[in-house]
Design a protein around this ligand. Structure first.
Ligand code: AMP
Length: 476
């Protein structure tokens, strides 16, 4: 890693050698290390191992890494390390291609920043009124996360100043270029001070990225992580509970870890129903999945969970069979299953495709026998954590990023996903990034839209046409 290399001959970081490098190997302050341990980040993922030492030393980076590799923490820890909370000015800017990603990045930065008091992170994305965002900026923001177009808007109007910026992050840069944001990125970058660190993350390395790097980066270190899934990214934790406190602990886990999607397993249908009622009463977005649901109800529940408009799915083992959800941040074993094979199956649903995942198990004294069987089966001792470590982050239960609209009409009416997308983008004028998954079932269609446009999108669809016909739409 010399400082004389040009971009073309950018040096490559050494391959990560050990699968379990602790964060304590880095020059992070003890409060940050303690917070990482609380979050269940025990060792660095390969991208973190390769990028953090250089990033913390202030080097520019071009890192090729996929979502799920832990890249957000890689840049977030670097930008937080340089941040001065007592200086009320924007010191770091993260540009993301979509609102959904910007929301996820914001959540992750807030979690990593909570060892410091009062670090303000503001999200600036399109589709939301400028006024509220302007007010948030006026109240003081240390970190801005946003999409290039909207960030540019705020700069042009003078609501946002980047004079005090010291870290610029381009996240999923290849996707931003695909979406036509090149010019906006250039405009925004030109308004950043020259003396700054630039961290660029991208799954691929197309020509446009090289151009950006040549224009805006200084001797960047190039890092590439093999796409091979990380070995065991499932972090398993056990908590001791009693029968009467079990449900309250589930809520505490959700408020502490704030996973965007959680699958919670109960041993019985009755337990599922009771837990969902209790979670809903506390304001969580939770739904139940058990046998005996009609196909229609099951489709609806699965659509809402898989499109990220419901945060917690409470299910029995049988009902969850065949469920294929790729993005699942956490699994909670509300009850310990007596069958260790089922346990391994349950927790294996998170940590897929190289993404890390949390497996949290609640056990009362009368379940310790079952825990023992699980230990024997997995050839490892269970790791117990005290309930006291569960402290809420953020205000109240996490709101899912999306909302589901249900269109009364499906395959029978020959509706295809493209028709719905067209009605929302071409006709209603929304950006592709504001629309999520579209599921067309026999009689009905579910489309996820970003939470802030849900009401208006429903009205627009109700007033407009899908496939040349008027449709009835409601919010689920
Ligand atoms: P990302 O690739 O940034 O989207 O991160 C994927 C997931 O991994 C997120 O849910 C993070 O909270 C989690 N994560 C990031 N770093 C670590 C780590 N070192 N150990 C465990 N989980 C992590």
């Amino acid at each position: 890693m010399t400082t004389h290399d040009s971009v073309k001959a950018a040096p490559t970081a050494p391959a990560a050698t050990s699968a379990s490098a602790p964060f304590s190997a880095l020059t992070l302050n003890p409060a940050v290390l303690a917070n990482l341990a609380q979050l269940g980040y025990l060792s660095m993922t390969p991208i973190q191992q390769m990028s953090l030492p250089a990033a913390l030393a202030g080097k520019d980076l071009i890192a090729q890494a996929q979502t799920g590799s832990g890249k957000t923490a890689a840049f977030a820890l670097a930008l937080l390390d340089k941040l001065n909370p007592r200086r009320f000015a924007v010191q770091a800017l993260v540009l993301c291609p979509t609102r959904e990603l910007a929301d996820q990045v914001t959540i992750e930065i807030r979690r990593l920043a909570r060892s410091e008091e009062n670090i303000k992170v503001v999200t600036l994305c399109g589709g939301v009124a400028l006024r509220g965002q302007r007010a948030s900026l006026e109240h003081g923001a240390h970190i801005v996360v946003g999409t290039p177009g909207r960030v540019m808007d705020h700069l042009a109007r003078g609501y946002l100043s980047l004079e005090a910026l010291n870290t610029l992050v381009l996240d999923e840069a290849d996707r931003m270029l695909d979406m036509g944001f090149m010019e906006d990125i250039v405009t925004v970058t030109k308004q950043c001070p020259k003396e700054r660190q630039t961290l660029l993350f991208s799954a691929t390395y197309p020509e446009g990225i090289e151009k950006l790097a040549q224009q805006f980066m200084r001797d960047p270190l190039q890092i590439k992580v093999n796409a091979k899934p990380a070995e065991n990214l499932i972090e398993e934790r056990f908590y001791e509970v009693t029968r009467p406190t079990r449900f309250a602990v589930v809520a505490q886990l959700l408020n502490h870890f704030r996973p965007i999607s959680t699958l919670a397993f109960c041993n019985t249908k009755q337990q599922c129903k009771e837990l969902v009622t209790s979670l809903q009463e506390q304001g969580f977005s939770a739904l139940a999945l058990y046998g005996e649901l009609e196909q229609r109800e099951r489709d609806q529940v699965l659509a809402q969970f898989s499109n990220r408009s419901c945060s917690v799915l409470v299910a029995t083992d049988v009902a969850s069979r065949g469920l294929d959800i790729t993005q699942l941040e956490a699994v909670i074993n509300v009850d310990i299953t007596p069958d260790p094979e089922v346990h391994v199956h349950r927790i294996g649903r998170t940590g897929r495709a190289g993404e890390s995942g949390l497996a949290l198990s609640l056990a009362a004294l009368y379940e310790m026998g079952a825990v023992g069987k699980i230990e024997q089966y997995q050839h490892r001792a269970s790791v117990w954590h005290p309930l006291e470590e569960l402290t809420p982050t953020g205000h109240g239960p996490l709101q899912p990023p999306m909302v589901t609209l249900q269109i009364l009409g499906g395959r029978k009416e020959k509706i295809r996903p493209g028709d719905v997308l067209g009605a929302l983008t071409a006709d209603a004028g929304y950006a592709r990034e504001q629309i999520g998954k579209i599921n067309v079932t026999e009689f009905t269609t579910f489309v996820a839209v970003q939470r802030d446009i849900a009401q208006q999108a429903m009205q627009k669809l109700n007033a407009g046409k899908v496939k040349g016909k008027s449709v009835r739409v409601r919010i689920l």
